[in-house]
Ligand binder design. Structure first.
Ligand SMILES: Nc1nc2c(ncn2[C@@H]2O[C@H](COP(=O)(O)OP(=O)(O)OP(=O)(O)O)[C@@H](O)[C@H]2O)c(=O)[nH]1
Ligand SMILES: [Mg+2]
Length: 451
């Protein structure tokens, strides 16, 4: 943080009409501003109900205000929070008055940025604030909360501690003639590097699951025209979201809705039916269906159980269907005679439903949860890294590989040590901290090895 940061103010709740609105002030002048408005010294961590009087002495609203003295506040600075009635005009008047009292309007993310710069949280925790705000579904929220509590930082800390241990050893070896290195020490460094490699890989392998948590699981309803895709979508969402009609080709363009099912958040996509001999206008819709299906995480292939032969998929989808989890739904169970058509999909799970009566819908829901779980959920792993973390971890892994090769080939110790420093830098970028203090401690503790 710069030595004299300014004092900023912002509306922390959405602009618009609501029961309450929350306005926050942070910075060195927060206490003075609070004193000016309330006419008395603000008492830390005690909510005060008081009229808000602007500089001209006009009462704008009744507010409940709480003062948090730095550094034990969200930003690490003095913070003043006030809730007023959730009227955009009132909020605007208060903000204007705060500006008149010397505050600046905060930039997006500025409160959390200050919290990071003042050491209240590391970078992965600052990112987690947004994750918590956007988490949809139990799993996404659990991971986001774990990140907010520093879960990723702790996992990285374990890796960084080991890397520092290796570095400390290497620093001690630098002055050693190569041939004097005891073989057990060579082996120890090699096995430590291997372990570090495993730890990094384990962490970066969570990135796919992280993407599913953050983006939602892209689930596409596919099938021939009239199979009942839109009817199923409506049933699953519990609302008449998509048009349904006995005409084949009702759905022309795809339609996407967020859907929370069990602990998961899905992006459920209804598509235009795959007609292999389409009319020109249908062709456009089918091209979009194919595009959505190629980008999906899960397919729900809807078949009309009254049809003797299931439809064929367009050629461009056939290979993708073998890679992805597929749930085959045999719909119109209420009309189908006992024998269902043979399935084109050997590895797929099969659920029989009637979108008309609702039969089989619970089983379909359960199967969706089970298949999404299988996409990467690991009950023992609460960390799920994001794309930025994954890039840094890939760089760290490359550095460890280079160090391992150098060490195996009896390369110069300085070179191995320099690769290892690169690994530390890459890890440090994730939390935004490279802890030199800890590095010095580790180095000092082992400085005397062999001397
Ligand atoms: N009896 C019965 N009729 C159903 C069932 N599911 C859908 N239908 C009917 O089948 C027709 C087509 O349903 P839609 O949901 O529009 O089918 P779709 O797959 O979205 O069709 P397109 O959008 O044209 O590709 C409608 O008349 C539905 O009422 C079912 O389980 N049983
Ligand atoms: Mg439809």
């Amino acid at each position: 943080m710069s030595p004299n940061p300014d004092t900023v103010a912002a509306l922390a709740t959405p602009a618009g009409t609501a029961a309450l609105a929350l306005i926050r002030v942070t910075g060195p002048a927060a206490a003075a501003v609070a004193r000016g408005v309330l006419g008395r010294e603000p008492e830390p961590r005690r909510a005060r109900h008081a009229p808000y009087r602007d500089l001209a002495g006009t009462e704008i609203d009744d507010v409940v205000a709480t003062f948090f003295a730095g550094p034990k506040s969200y930003t690490g600075e003095d913070v003043w929070e006030l809730s007023c009635h959730g009227n955009p005009y009132i909020a605007q008047r208060i903000l204007e008055d705060l500006v008149a009292r010397g505050c600046r309007l905060a930039e997006p993310g500025e409160f959390t940025r200050r919290a990071f710069l003042n050491g209240r949280m590391d970078l992965s925790q600052a990112e987690a604030v947004m994750e918590v705000i956007h988490a949809r579904g139990e799993r996404a929220l659990a991971a986001a909360r774990h990140h907010l509590q520093g879960g990723l930082g702790r996992r990285l800390g374990e890796i960084v501690d080991r890397v520092l241990g290796v570095l400390a050893r290497l620093e001690a070896y630098i002055d050693f003639p190569e041939e004097d290195l005891p073989p057990e020490d060579r082996g120890l460094v090699a096995s430590e590097l291997e372990l570090i490699h495993l730890m990094i890989n384990r962490l970066s392998s969570t990135s796919r699951y992280g993407e599913l948590l953050r983006e939602g699981v892209r689930t596409v309803l596919l099938g021939a025209p009239n199979a009942g895709k839109s009817s199923l979508l409506n049933r699953l969402l519990g609302e008449e979201r998509a048009l349904v009609s006995p005409e084949p080709g009702t759905t022309r363009d795809y339609l996407e809705e967020r859907w929370i099912v069990g602990p998961h958040c899905l992006r459920l996509v209804d598509t235009a039916g795959l007609n292999l001999a389409p009319a020109p206008v249908e062709r456009l819709g089918i091209a979009k269906t194919v595009e959505r299906a190629l980008g999906a995480d899960l397919w729900i292939l809807v078949l009309d159980a009254t049809q003797a032969t299931p439809p064929e998929l367009p050629a461009e989808l056939q290979a993708k269907g073998r890679e992805l989890p597929v749930i085959v739904v045999q719909n119109k169970l209420d009309l189908a005679s006992a024998g269902a058509p043979p399935l084109p999909w050997p590895g797929a799970s099969v659920v029989r439903t009637s979108a008309l009566t609702g039969e089989g819908l619970e089983a379909l829901r359960a199967e969706i949860i089970r298949r999404v779980d299988a996409l990467g959920y690991d009950p023992g792993e609460l960390v799920a890294v994001n794309a930025r973390h994954a890039v840094a971890l890939a760089e760290a892994a490359t550095g460890v590989t280079a160090a391992r090769v150098q060490w195996r080939d009896h390369g110069p110790v300085e070179l191995v040590a320099s690769e290892i420093r690169g690994v530390l830098d890459a890890c440090g970028r994730i939390t935004g901290r490279i802890d030199h203090e800890r590095m010095l401690d580790a180095l000092f503790a082992t400085f005397c090895i062999g001397k």
